[in-house]
Design a protein around this ligand. Sequence first.
Ligand SMILES: Cc1cc2nc3c(=O)[nH]c(=O)nc-3n(C[C@H](O)[C@H](O)[C@H](O)COP(=O)(O)OP(=O)(O)OC[C@H]3O[C@@H](n4cnc5c(N)ncnc54)[C@H](O)[C@@H]3O)c2cc1C
Length: 504
Amino acid sequence: MGNGAIRKIVIVGGGTAGWMAAAGLSAVLADSRLTIDLIESAEIGTVGVGEATVPHIRGFNAKLGLDEADFMRKTQATFKLGIEFRDWGRQGESYIHPFGAFGQPIGGVDFHQHWLRANARGEADPIEAYSLPIVAARLNRFAPPSPDPRSLGSTFSYAYQFDAGLYALYLRAYAQARGVRRTEGKIVDVSLRGEDGFIEAVTLESGQRIEGDLFIDCSGFRGLLIEQALHTGYEDWSRWLPCDRAAAVPCDAVEPPTPYTRATADAAGWRWRIPLQHRVGNGYVYCSDYISDDDAARVLVSKLDGKAQADPRFLRFVTGRRKKQWNRNCVAIGLSSGFLEPLESTSIHLIQLAVTTLLELFPQRDCAQADQDEYNRVMDLEFERIRDFLVLHYHATQRDDSPFWIDRRAAPIPDSLAYKMDLFRDRGMIVKYRDGFFLEPSWLAVYLGQNILPQGLDPMTDAIDPVRAARALSELKTAVRRTAESMPDHQAFIRAHCDARAVA
Ligand SMILES: Cc1cc2nc3c(=O)[nH]c(=O)nc-3n(C[C@H](O)[C@H](O)[C@H](O)COP(=O)(O)OP(=O)(O)OC[C@H]3O[C@@H](n4cnc5c(N)ncnc54)[C@H](O)[C@@H]3O)c2cc1C
C-alpha cells in the first residue's frame, strides 16, 4: 500500500445500498489492509421498499459468489421474466416488457422489421407470440435459460422479486464475515477538513468519532453527507417524472406467484404488484397534484389480491439525481444519489452499477478529479438513459380518462427521448447502446406495447423474400410455444429448487 492509498472506508447507512456497497467492496478488498466501517441507525430505519430487480443483479450476486438457491430461500425470492404493463397505452390493454429478445435477425435485418412488415399485411400474430419469456410468463412457467447459445431456450434472462430488507441482512452477514465492522448509532455531526473540504470524520450521538479516507453515503433520501454536509445540489426531474409519492402495503398471496411483476396504470399514477414466496408486495406511485394520500391508499387497498398485512405506508420523493454523485471524498450510492421512481425496478441496478464503477475507479486518498469526473460521467449517462425510458411510458399513452394522463400526453419530454422516438417513428430504428440500459428489445416492447408504430420500414427489409420471412416467423412462434409449454410451472420450480418454507 503506497502513501496515498485509502486505508479507511466509512459507509454511512445500512439499507440495501449500504450493505450492497459493503458486500461488493469487501468481496474485492477483504485481503487488503484497508478497513471498512458501516454505520446504521435502527432508530432512523430504512426505506423498507424495493422488491423487484433487473437481470444484472445475477451478475452482482455471482461476483460475490452467492449460491442462488440459498439466497432465494433466505430472501423469499421468486423469479422474474419481465414486467406486465396493464392499461398504459389504453385501458384494457396489457403488454409484457420481457428480459429477452424478440426473435433473431432474418437475412441480417432485425426481426422486428419483418414482424412490422408482416403485421402491416395482416399476416403476423401479436409480437409477444415471438418472445419466449413473454409466452412463458403468460403461462406461469419458469426454467433457467439454456447454456447452449444455439438453443431458443438461451434467448432470455431473468431477475428476482425478493424482500430487499432480507437481502440487506443476507449481505450484512456476507460483509461482516469479510471483516466489515458494523456500528449501530445515529450520526449527529460531519466534520470537514479545512484545506480542501473533504470529509474527515462523522460523530455519533454517543460521542464516538469515526474517521475515514473515503466516505460512501448510503443514508437514503436525506443524503446526510453528499447533501447536508457537502451541499452538492440536486437536479429535479419532476417536470418529466412528476410522481412524488407512494403508498405501499403487503398482502396475503391468494394464488401461486407469477414469474413477473405487474405495473397497472391508475388515475393518478400506477400500482405495482410484486409476488414473493410468502406474500405479495403492492404499492401505488402517484402524483400528489392529482390525488390525496387518503384516496391513493383507498384505491390501493381496494385493488389488493388478498388481505392487507399492514396499514399502507407513505413515502415521498422528488425524482432526479444528485448534481455530482462523487464529490470530493464522498460517493453517494442508493437513494442519496438520486431516485427515478420504481417503474422498471432500476434502483438496485443503479446501486450495483455504482459499486462496480467505484471499484473500477478505486481512488487514492486524494480522490483525483479525473476519477470523480469519469465516475460521474458513467452514472449520469445511466440515470439519463433510464429516465428517458421511464418518461416514454408516461408520454406514449392514448389515455384521456383522467387529468393526470391527459397532462402526461401533453407534457414536454427530454430532447434525447424525442430523438429516439423520431428514429423509431420513421423506420422502426432503435437507438443502440454500446453499454448501459435499456437495450433494443426493451424499447421495442414499450413502443409496440403502447401502440407506437413506425410509418415506414428499414429499406433492407425489402431485400428479404416476404415468404421466407413469414416462414421464419411461423416457425419461431411454434418453437416459442413448444419451449414455453415444456418449462415447469413457476411455483413448482421454486418448490423444487429454493423453497423458502425450508428456512422457516
Ligand atoms: C416507493 C418505492 C418503491 C421502490 N421499489 C423498488 C423496486 O421495486 N426495485 C428497486 O430496485 N428499487 C426500488 N426502490 C428503491 C429502493 O428501495 C432503494 O434503492 C433501496 O432500498 C436502497 O435504499 P438506500 O439503502 O439508499 O436507503 P435507505 O433504505 O433509506 O437506508 C438509509 C440508511 O441510512 C441510515 N441513516 C440515515 N441517516 C442516518 C444517521 N443520521 N445516522 C446513522 N444512520 C443513518 C438509515 O438508518 C438506513 O440504514 C423503491 C423506492 C421507493 C421509494
